[in-house]
Design a protein around this ligand. Structure first.
Ligand code: ZN
Length: 320
């Protein structure tokens, strides 16, 4: 779609492109369900930012589905598709290969199965064995630079970090975690997805404090288990500071109701620090009390990469 639907006017010498796009826009507006079966028009692009904005208006391509790199389960499904018509040996466990190929795209996986077939051919083997697949994984990995492939050490840290967020969230607001994952997505190395609270306009002090504690828990879990924090928590601190700011503005700090804008920076800093220090202590206490569960879900997350909220809660029955 980026070739057909690039921003108009960007190609002075190629007026026919613009005309094609204009015609496409006209045709899409003319699509009516009464003309027979309902029609759904889908298009794919790697560069959504380069598209002409008219294409994305309501009634045209008004929904965007972002396709991220597949997780373990997705990789297994993709591997099954690409090995369907290849002679696989009985011993081959595709689940192992899916586990090994963290960060692979669909194209990488396809190339992996082709490489494995070529290796088998070179061996004059009649079937593709597990060994061929493992060798192909390395070939694809070393041969092509993957966007990002965290080291095992990094993955472990991310797993601990996200487990910290998830555990705290479940303690302060049970049943609130929808999913926790250590698959990188956008700029984040991992994430915890929370069920949104029904549209809220007001937040109580307790709710704000809980949110801050959940934000702090990632770095504190790293510190608790690995002995030090990392740069991965910068976004969490920003979020925590924003929430503290809201508390100050709402008179929830030791200052009470006050004109925050007339406060000098140093005083403000002190109050912010005091709030954060107190919440950090409370968060640490919860993590320490449930360290056993924290370690457990870290291990499971390292292995599974993604856990649904329900699966997570099964391992957290005894937390408090
Ligand atoms: Zn975090």
């Amino acid at each position: 779609m980026d070739i057909l639907g690039a921003k108009r006017g960007s190609n002075v010498s190629h007026h026919e492109y613009d005309q094609t796009l204009n015609q496409l826009l006209v045709e899409m507006d003319g699509l009516k369900a009464e003309q027979g079966a309902p029609i759904l028009v889908m298009a794919a692009t790697n560069r959504p930012e380069a598209l002409d904005s008219a294409l994305l208006r309501p009634g045209r391509f008004d929904r965007q589905v972002k396709v991220d790199l597949p997780d373990k389960e997705g990789r297994l499904a993709i591997l099954k598709i690409h090995t369907k018509h290849k002679p696989l040996a009985q011993e081959v466990n595709l689940e192992d290969i899916a586990h090994e190929t963290f960060g692979f795209s669909g194209a990488h996986l396809e190339s992996l199965t082709n490489e494995a077939a070529i290796l088998a051919l070179r061996d004059e083997a009649s079937e593709i064995c597990e060994g061929h697949l493992h060798e192909a994984v390395e070939k694809v990995m070393l041969g092509e630079k993957l966007d990002r492939k965290p080291t095992a050490e990094e993955l472990r840290r991310v797993a601990i970090h996200e487990s910290g967020h998830a555990l705290l969230a479940e303690v302060v607001r049970p049943n609130s975690v929808a999913q926790v994952s250590i698959r990188s997505r956008g700029n984040a190395l991992g994430y915890v997805r929370h069920y949104p609270k029904d549209d809220l306009y007001l937040y109580t002090q307790a709710m704000l404090e809980e949110q801050i504690m959940v934000a702090l828990a990632g770095a504190l879990a790293e510190e608790e288990i690995l002995g030090a924090r990392s740069t991965g928590a910068a976004g969490d601190y920003e979020q925590a500071l924003n929430l503290v700011e809201r508390m100050l503005l709402s008179g929830m700090s030791s200052l009470g109701v006050t004109d925050v804008s007339r406060l000098d920076a140093e005083h403000r800093q002190l109050v912010t620090k005091a709030i954060l220090a107190d919440l950090e202590d409370r968060t640490k206490l919860i993590l320490l009390k449930n360290k056993h569960s924290l370690v457990k879900i870290t291990e499971i997350l390292e292995d599974e990469e993604t856990l649904s909220g329900d699966a997570l809660r099964m391992y957290l029955i005894d937390v408090a």
